[in-house]
Design a protein around this ligand. Sequence first.
Ligand SMILES: [Zn+2]
Length: 512
Amino acid sequence: MNYDIVIKNGLLIDGSGALGKKADIGIVGDVIMAIGDLQGADAERILDANGMVVCPGFIDVHVHSELALLGGPDKYAPLKMGVTTQLASPDGFSWAPLQRNLLKEMKDYLNVFYDDECIDISKDLTLERFLSLFKGNIPSNIVLQVPHASVRLAAMGWKDSWATDDEIKVMEKITREWMEMGAKAFATGLEYEPMRRSDLRELVALSKVVSEYGGIYVAHQRGYGNNVHLGCKETFSIGRLAEIPVHISHLAIDPLAAEQVDYGVKQGVDITFEMYPYPAGCTHLLLYLPEDAQVGSPEDVKERLKDRAFREKISVQVEKAFNPIKNVRFASVRTPQPMGWEGKSLDTVQEELGLNLTDTVCDIILMSGFRALAIYHWEDKLHPYLEATYKHPLHMVGTDGIYIGNRPHPRGYGSYPKILGEYVRDNKWLTLEQAIYKMSGFPAKRFNIKSRGILMEGNYADIVVFDPSEIEGTATFEQPRSEPKGIHHVMVNGHFVISDGIVKDGNYGRIL
Ligand SMILES: [Zn+2]
């Protein structure tokens, strides 16, 4: 047999959780044709992977990367970590299908998370046109999810109310359009506008449509930390009422969360969750204002935040939300004139401005046109929960990477190599096989991503070759774009996009 590529002598860890074994892989086109002893086989390229691990490309189930893949400084950041497939529309965010006026507002709302020049607001954005942005233009694969934000916005704008029967019908129709396009899940972000205005009835109705297609419900739920029981209660209700598997986004397993997940499992709900490997969150500054500050269109919010009386009314809640204030650091603040705030803590910036906290926060949100993104470091006592999270059998890996600003969260640049180096090799929390399963086979199974996530004959050749003794996620909060060590080769659909550690330009990714 003649192969295009043979990867030989590596330790093959297939992504299923099974023990690694010495084996060669023969690839023809975009498909794995043979696994076994291929000594003497003919191939255009033979790669000696002696001393290396050969495993499936990683699948990032929660990452804000779809527009970054189209171009710019972070186009290859996920691939450098070994990620060959990522799920789109995390937290329910997306831009389609929307009419021009709503599209502009959605773009304004999401601009804090995305470098979104490719979103053209001069015309309506249909689902087809949105997907055409990606065809032939991405270096790794994307998997669609139904984005609750644009589905709801299209049906009822930024209205602060539960949906009527008619509005739900419109949302069901759009949800169906996404599912027909191949979406694998319904993704929502119930602490973000306008999704926060939805009730159980709406969420169950849309989940039922998704369930018809074999999809799952994926939630940035309404409550984490001290409120995790509230978030989980709603998530599990949706699981039961819509008879759909549920997946909780970025859930850290502290004792309260562990108890909730156990309880849900005992109730018969089919649960999984994902979490990145750093003790710090990242989101826009606005999210930490009280809920009634965030209601409505970006224009409504702007007017409200200018209002003195409103600022006074929320000031006690603001003090509470940003406590301890020194733990909040700016990842990206895009003001018309650069202010040099990225990397600085909120209390330092407050001192510079000489304002009280509420005025500081509201002014920064207004000055930046909502484009203020911050990292929220956990208190030290919470750090040990990462170990419990990574050892939990229902946990899989996702980065929640956000590719914007000068001091982004390192999770978008170092997560996978950090886990394989620090959690597997150094801390021994997991075996290599367990960790790789959480990165490939498990997410593929959960999100019904066919013929990927496991190295087996007949599957697509999305492959990572790394050195287990060398692998390290070097990205830090100070140097977030520092590149990982130890990832030697990454292949997408049978093409090397990283070869000997060097990026080879090529848009071999597909919409799956
Ligand atoms: Zn989220």
